[in-house]
Design a protein around this ligand. Structure first.
Ligand code: NAP
Length: 294
């Protein structure tokens, strides 16, 4: 069937939650939305209807963008983090989604794994896990402290492993159950960077771990993939954006000519959580405005 034949399906208009945001797919998509014609997430292959997804670091930045995108695709969000998530809850509600907040510090990998078990037992099974929470510590490599090395490794890599392990154990224990894991890596999973030794090491680790877990679990019903964001406007890049020279140099190198926004990553995450990506395993997709292509 040609795409032309599939498009004229008319569905009742569902709130997108992004009415106050600028149109991201041009006037064609905007006009179709206004007419009440289907959203991309109304296509079954891109829908998360009925899916329950745990997102770490959901209070702000990319995690918040992912939570809002999941809700727009019809999914339910379990937001996990150490800070209040009211703003994210509001964004999810605006997209007619459901949001459950779980407060926990993810710097202790064992506690993180226990939290996932609690969520599963007390509020129901999960269909997806987005390992998004992460930290960065900047210092010249000669000055980086052991504490800054360990702190970054614990949150960015060890907790990612323990949560993924816990999630897969629960999925694999139930015959017929399927699950999807999306790890938020970085362009520094592929490049060296500067003054971020522990961060770069952790994100290279996320890339390797994503591939290894995919190899072990692909045939067992668990997809493991990742997203490598480029330079996104969040707290993580506040220091870079505040430095006029670094900020201008970064912008000049991004082929798309702009910094990324959390929803750029959110919509890519929906794809990796939805049936459309069922045959994808061990891929880490750059969503970077073309940064790595340069
Ligand atoms: P962000 O705004 O700083 O968000 C980081 C999130 O992780 C926050 O929700 C933060 O919670 C949470 N977090 C950190 N440590 C935690 C802990 N110990 N326990 C619980 N939650 C914790 O930065 P972001 O840019 O959205 O980062 C999200 C992910 O994208 C990270 O993995 C980051 O490495 C990755 N990434 C970002 C960029 C970029 O350009 N922004 C590029 C590549 C990759 P609090 O707010 O409470 O600290």
């Amino acid at each position: 069937m040609s795409w032309r034949a599939t498009l004229p399906i008319r569905l009742p208009r569902r709130p997108t939650g992004c009415e106050d945001e600028p149109p991201r797919n041009g006037r064609f998509f905007e006009r179709r939305q206004a007419k009440g014609i289907m959203n991309v997430s109304d296509l079954p292959a891109f829908s998360l209807t009925g899916k329950r997804i745990l997102v770490t670091g959901a209070n702000t930045g990319i995690g918040q963008g992912i939570a809002a995108s999941i809700a727009r695709a019809g999914g339910q969000v379990v937001g996990v983090g150490r800070s209040a998530m009211n703003e994210t809850a509001e964004k999810v509600a605006a997209a007619s989604g459901s949001f459950e907040a779980v407060r926990i510090d993810l710097s202790d990998p064992a506690e993180a794994a226990a939290m996932l078990d609690r969520v599963w037992d007390e509020s129901g099974p999960l269909d997806g896990l987005v390992n998004n929470a992460g930290i960065i510590r900047r210092a010249d490599a000669v000055d980086l402290s052991e504490a800054d090395w360990d702190a970054v490794m614990d949150v960015n890599l060890k907790t990612v492993f323990r949560l993924s392990q816990g999630f897969a154990r629960r999925v694999l224990a139930e015959p017929g159950r399927r699950g999807k894991i999306v790890n938020i890596a970085s362009v520094l999973s592929f490049q060296g960077g500067i003054r971020v030794a522990s961060y770069t090491a952790s994100k290279h680790g996320v890339l390797g771990l994503t591939r290894l877990l995919a190899c072990e679990w692909a045939a067992k019903g668990v997809n493991v993939n990742g997203i490598a964001p480029g330079y996104i406007e969040t707290n993580n890049t506040e220091a870079l954006r505040a430095d006029p020279e670094r900020s201008a140099a970064i912008l000049a190198r991004i082929p798309a000519g702009r910094w990324g926004r959390p929803e750029d990553i959110g919509d890519a995450a929906v794809f990796l959580l939805a049936p459309a990506s069922d045959y994808m395993h061990g891929a880490v997709m750059p969503v970077d405005g073309g940064w790595l292509a340069r």
